[in-house]
Design a protein around this ligand. Structure first.
Ligand SMILES: Nc1ncnc2c1ncn2[C@@H]1O[C@H](COP(=O)(O)OP(=O)(O)O)[C@@H](O)[C@H]1O
Ligand SMILES: [Mg+2]
Length: 268
């Protein structure tokens, strides 16, 4: 049995005191062609912190998340996630081992769920623990059942994604990410495709994860949720963090013009 799973103290996370993991970006830049999408971003997220990342469309939010778990390369700077260091200069090959481990520690969840359509709910959740962590099917299914119970889908284990609502699909995606017992999650507008009433069932699950001590970096347009759940709000616009601080400060008393414009739009 994998060491990470030897302690049943939490369904979500690994044993030991270091539940979440810190994330640090040091002057990270990323260009697409001549367009600078991330411009020398430096930021620090503490282990267990919940960050809401907001800002206008095209501002680089998705790119930032993708850099952090190695789905895309960057041009300069350093990204450190717990013990894993990603450098712009290193080749993908050199970083392959670190990337695989890193993705196990920090799951990413997307707006469009990205479930495996040919697998059942249970199949989706046990896939990575069996393939990557080499858990037995019985062990992976036992953990998956606990997670599905937690996200309110205990009775849908045999369903296929096409048979589920958007809110249910997104909760499966969360359970699937949690099946790796991650130190944190990167969530990219995970409620944007959902009806208002379905958003809540997903956001409630996310708030539970915060209580469990996971490090959460959430791109969201749910300003009410950000105000309630985030420890800090970061505003990314034109490749820069233009403002950051506690939600009461950034959302209720924004200083930067870009923040004011953005909030006016989303709250209209
Ligand atoms: N793979 C890509 N190739 C070229 N340009 C891209 C690619 N991905 C994103 N971009 C561009 O980078 C900018 C930032 O995109 P993105 O990170 O998706 O912003 P956000 O998530 O804040 O809306 C946009 O101008 C977008 O068109
Ligand atoms: Mg995006």
């Amino acid at each position: 049995m994998s060491e990470a799973f030897s302690d049943n103290s939490s369904v979500f996370r690994r044993s030991g005191p270091a539940a979440g993991m810190p994330i640090a970006l040091e002057r990270v830049s990323k260009r697409f062609g001549t367009r600078v999408v991330l411009n020398e971003i430096t930021l620090n997220i503490a282990a267990g912190e919940t960050i809401a990342l907001i800002g206008p469309s095209g501002g680089g939010k998705s790119t930032l998340l993708r850099c952090i778990n190695g789905l895309t390369t960057f041009d300069s700077g350093t990204i450190t996630v717990g013990p894993y260091v990603l450098r712009a200069v290193a080749s993908r090959r050199e970083q392959r081992q670190a990337l695989l481990k890193l993705r196990g520690e920090f799951g990413m969840i997307f707006q469009d769920f990205q479930l495996f359509p040919h697998l059942t709910v249970m199949g989706n959740v046990v896939e990575a623990p069996m393939q990557v962590l080499r858990l037995s099917r019985a062990e992976a299914e036992r953990h998956a059942s606990q997670l599905l119970h937690h996200v309110g889908l205990a009775d849908r284990a045999d369903a296929y994604p096409r048979q589920l609502s958007g809110g249910q699909k997104q909760r499966v995606a969360i359970a699937r990410a949690l099946a790796m017992k991650p130190a944190g999650l990167l969530c990219d507008e995970i409620t944007s495709a959902l009806d208002p009433q379905l958003k809540h069932e997903v956001l409630d699950v996310v708030e539970d994860l915060k209580k469990e001590g996971l490090t959460l970096l959430l791109v969201t347009h749910e300003i009410g949720f950000a105000r309630r759940a985030a420890d800090r709000v970061l505003v990314l616009a034109d490749g820069k963090i233009v403002e950051e601080g506690p939600p009461q400060q950034v959302i209720d008393h924004p200083q930067a013009e870009r923040t004011q414009q953005f909030l006016k739009q989303v709250m209209a």
